[in-house]
Design a protein around this ligand. Sequence first.
Ligand code: ZN
Length: 331
Amino acid sequence: MGRIEYRTGLVHIVSVTRRNVYAAIEAGGTKFLCGIAHSHDEILDSTRIATGTADDTIRQCLEFFRNKAKQYGSPTSFGIGSFGALDPSAGSPRFGWITETPKAGWRYTDLAGPFAREFGVPVGFDTDVNAAALAEYRWGAGQSIVGGTNESTLVYLTVGTGIGGGAVVDGRLLHGLVHPEMGHLKPPRAPGDHEFSGVCAYHGDCLEGLACGPAITERWGVSAEELDADHEAWVRESFYLAHAVVSVTALLSPHLVVLGGGVMGVRGLIDKVRHAAHTAMGGYFPPTWESSNLNDYIVKPGLGETPGLSGAIALAIEAANPTPSRGKSSL
Ligand code: ZN
């Protein structure tokens, strides 16, 4: 893009670099958060759209971005961090789709396609929790381990309405067949906890089924917000979250485990998880060699308990500037 500048009668063409404008969508079960940003800490405009039918929700999002394109210019790329399950595999015929989901009316919905077709720009598409993991890696808690290299590994677990986990391995989001589903790990039962059958619609007593916010409500008869910070509920909660941390430590050997989500806002819970994880590790894993309290290994998010648009912005930036595959030629 250029502009013509008149100076002393001569016409100069002055090159002006237009700043990238990223379009971001945090697609949740109750609301879609849409925003336009130059970066994660420079959001130009945003709106919330209640999650209704797929067609209507997507239509309202398109309308928002259409209007913002007139104001800020057409976006460089889109980033969509969504509830799932979904297909994040570039090249797959269902890339950009929400696939199997308990959310009524959203099964097998092409979520990324309408934005890619209308704006003709790259779309980064991943789970909301993978998106949050990438944002934490780039700008949040990961700052303590990235250290100028792209060879660090971080796991992000979120504990709220559900439990999800994402991972950045050697600087890249971990995928595979689809994407990690750490919320559906199967932890051992906490001592004395054998009657509660769990709330997961698919597995009953998986990690999410035993320890997500609705599981706490179901188990204790009151919501997590109504329980005192010293209630026995949090000892049990920390047992399950600690075993999740031990499992991901054994599987991925991350440099850092970040625990986010609304439930982690409970005062003192993270310390209980650290303590229980230290016990469950049995002195075997590296964090327990270096730290008696795991303060530097199990940490709160640097970007707040809920990542907002930062995850989707990270996906948009990644879509515009894909990280080269490690160990592969650029041919
Ligand atoms: Zn489950």
